[in-house]
Design a protein around this ligand. Structure first.
Ligand code: APR
Length: 233
């Protein structure tokens, strides 16, 4: 029976692909106020600003490729049952070949109607459209006549896939955390659902704030840290 690995990733796993992180020096939140471009209040205050921010994110995404860390995570599927649970809204895990990716904070390439959003309606695929690296502008409407919005979990909104993520982490035999500052809840608390004695590996060049006896910290960038992690398996 193959062992299960839950891989929790953040912006750091995509840093070496050329996508910015959020909170490192020069990160995205140094140039943009998340409360203006990535919050539900920001959306109602100025939809155009939010639409432009994600149009820019999609444009950047079309210019980058998965890096060695994404590929090594995908290759784990040869020997393990791998659940990637990512805070990232990019599609690099999928493009590297990962087949089970849960996007806790949504997906940049997808849009949905801004109203009639509820668990069933908003998250059922019938209401979510993949526009790839295209743009959405004010006045672009969904079939139900309402404005199209990014299929992103804005600050101030619930994280509908959290229960699914908790279930996957609680069943894991190994938990691997790559490239997240663990500052945004509830995603940041996910590792705590790992079972008794389950090893928690963290790959991050920075100091980590978790002081848990189960933690092994590989203090390297994702592409190097993944090679070390695989050797240690
Ligand atoms: N390899 C591995 N880790 C890296 C690398 C790298 N090359 N470069 C940076 N890191 C690490 C940083 O040390 C930091 O711990 O990646 C982490 C990036 O942290 P953040 O920028 O806060 O990104 P993240 O944790 O994904 O943010 C979580 O915040 O704004 C919201 O919704 C947004 O999903 C995002 C969430």
């Amino acid at each position: 029976m193959k062992k299960r690995i839950a891989v929790l990733t953040g912006a750091g796993v995509s840093a070496e692909s050329g996508l910015g992180t959020y909170r490192d020096n020069g990160g995205l939140w140094d140039s943009y106020d998340p409360m203006e471009v990535a919050s539900i209040e920001g959306w109602y205050r100025d939809r155009r600003k939010v639409l432009d921010f994600y149009n820019m994110q999609r444009r950047k995404l079309s210019e980058v490729r998965p890096n060695e860390a994404h590929r090594l995570i995908a290759e784990l599927e040869k020997d393990y049952i791998v659940d990637v649970i990512t805070q990232n809204v990019d599609n690099l895990h999928e493009r590297a070949g990962s087949t089970h990716v849960v996007h806790l904070h949504g997906e940049a390439t997808k849009v949905r109607p801004e109203n009639s959003f509820n668990e069933q309606d908003g998250y059922s695929e019938k209401n979510v459209f993949d526009i790839g690296y295209g743009e959405v502008h004010l006045g672009d409407k969904a079939p139900n006549g309402s404005q199209l919005r990014p299929h992103i979990v804005f600050f101030g909104e619930a994280v509908p896939k959290m229960e699914q993520a908790i279930e996957l982490v609680s069943r894991a035999d190994i938990v691997l955390i790559v490239g997240t500052s663990l500052q945004v809840y509830p995603a940041a608390g996910l590792y705590r659902y790992a079972g008794e004695g389950v090893p928690i590996w963290i790959i991050d060049p920075a100091e980590v704030q978790i002081h848990d006896p189960r933690v092994h910290h590989i203090r390297k960038v994702a592409t190097e840290g993944m090679k070390e992690f695989i050797k240690a398996l």
